[in-house]
Design a protein around this ligand. Structure first.
Ligand code: MG
Length: 427
């Protein structure tokens, strides 16, 4: 009887329903849990959903309890998707401390993480742009032959003349190019650098010379462009200041504008990765499958939920991925396993190391604990007329609409459990 009372309490707490009636035995209880294995996964944005800065939100701490059994084991596959650019093990440790659940580095997807799928570039000589730990981050992703802007400056000391100190140094000494410095074969833009003017000058130099700026291009407009991979297109982000700050997307705008002004051509991206691009959500699907296997779920995961606080990034991305999934499955039902209509820079490479695609739809939940505030709906709607998204992502305001608005992540989890008719019973 005690089990029955506990069970009934748990069921009403999570808003689930059980068909049939009569006494409910312990074996029924176990059967229910078995049959109740989730076939869905949940992806969380981090800042504004689980925490503000480095302070966890109490709703997130409570939500995390609903995802675990009494031994603290995860019962629903989850992963964390952020456009920040840290090392995954640092972020995993931080989320684990916040939420008191076991989080492995593989469960944290940063903006550059899906570059693991871009294997054809892993052995190439790649210039990595960003700030601290940029080389280590690239190496963690599989890039084995990387260099930094400082290496390029040293190899070509006459290039950086936007820095007047360099001009003086060059005037007073003998500086020669290093003829042995290998050609740059690709550029990986992990995050916004410091000293933008130096980066912009040297990146344009490399783009104009196919990665070997020791002699000028014969024609500015006919050079074959180096592959460019850009992670995180966010134009601005909220920090402690009273208004938004420049993000990596602002640096990309500068690079694109200079390249177009100088060559007359659009800068082409080999890959755009990070939210809201589809490749990030596809990679997140793979991670969810991995977590599902790890926690013993045998059913295929067919639905994903994304809980985010930024309509223009999290929600647009979830809706774009849902659209992509619909097209993929429609094509497959018609016997077509290869094509989709994504633009070139957002194509998802065929990656045999990923778990097979099983997810058929993605739903999005928008929380009110971060960027989005319901009471500022009007001004948000007016501001939305100015499009801050990336050039290669068409402005479609309807994509900013979530499947559901919830006040916070705890309400989000409860909503998902209700929709899925998912009873989680502490065992
Ligand atoms: Mg956020």
């Amino acid at each position: 009887m005690r089990d029955l009372v506990q069970l009934t309490t748990s069921i009403s707490e999570y808003g689930c329903s059980i068909e049939g009636s009569g006494d409910f035995s312990v074996s029924d209880h176990k059967q229910l849990i078995q049959n109740n294995e989730p076939d869905f996964g949940i992806l969380f944005d981090v800042d504004g959903v689980l925490a503000r800065g480095s302070t966890p939100l109490s709703a997130a701490v409570q939500a995390a309890r609903l995802l675990q059994d009494s031994q603290g084991n995860l019962k629903v596959p989850v992963a964390f998707v952020t456009n920040a650019c840290n090392r995954s093990h640092d972020k995993a440790r931080q989320i684990q401390d916040w939420l008191n659940i076991k989080v492995t580095p593989d469960m944290v997807i940063h903006a550059p993480t899906p570059a693991r799928m871009l294997k054809e570039f892993h052995t190439k000589h790649v210039l990595v742009i960003g700030q601290e730990h940029r080389k280590e981050i690239a190496e963690d992703l599989g890039f084995v032959n990387t260099c930094t802007i400082e290496d390029v400056q040293e190899a070509y000391p006459l290039l950086d003349m936007v820095n007047h100190e360099n001009r003086k140094a060059v005037a007073n000494g003998t500086f020669l190019d290093d003829p042995n410095f290998p050609r740059i074969e690709a550029i990986l833009l992990i995050g916004e650098p410091i000293v933008w003017e130096t980066h912009l000058q040297l990146l344009i130099d490399l783009l104009l010379t196919e990665g070997k700026p020791s002699s000028p291009p014969e024609s500015m407009s006919k050079v074959k462009q180096l592959p460019v991979i850009a992670c995180n297109m966010d134009l601005v982000f909220m920090h402690q200041a009273c208004m938004p700050r420049f993000g990596h997307g602002a640096f990309l705008v500068c690079l694109e504008a200079l390249y177009k002004k100088i060559t007359g051509h659009e800068l082409e991206y080999t890959a755009l990765i990070g939210k809201p691009c589809e490749i990030t959500y596809r990679y997140a699907e793979h991670v969810i499958n991995d977590v599902a296997k790890m926690i013993g779920i045998k059913r295929p995961i067919v639905k994903l939920y994304f809980i985010g606080d930024n309509p223009n990034v999290d929600i647009v991305g979830a809706n774009l991925y849902d659209r992509y999934l619909k097209e993929v499955w429609q094509n497959r039902d018609n016997g077509n396993f290869t094509t989709n209509s994504l633009p070139k820079s957002r194509l998802i490479p065929n990656e045999s190391d990923l778990y097979e695609q099983t997810v058929r739809s993605m739903k999005s939940l928008l929380v009110g604990t971060g960027v989005y505030k319901q009471d500022t709906k009007k001004s948000t709607a007016e501001d939305a007329e100015v499009y801050h998204g990336h050039r290669d992502i068409t402005n479609e305001p309807e994509l900013t609409k979530p499947s559901q608005f919830v006040p916070d992540v705890l309400h989000g989890i409860r909503h998902i459990f209700e929709v899925e008719n998912y009873c989680y019973l502490n065992t």
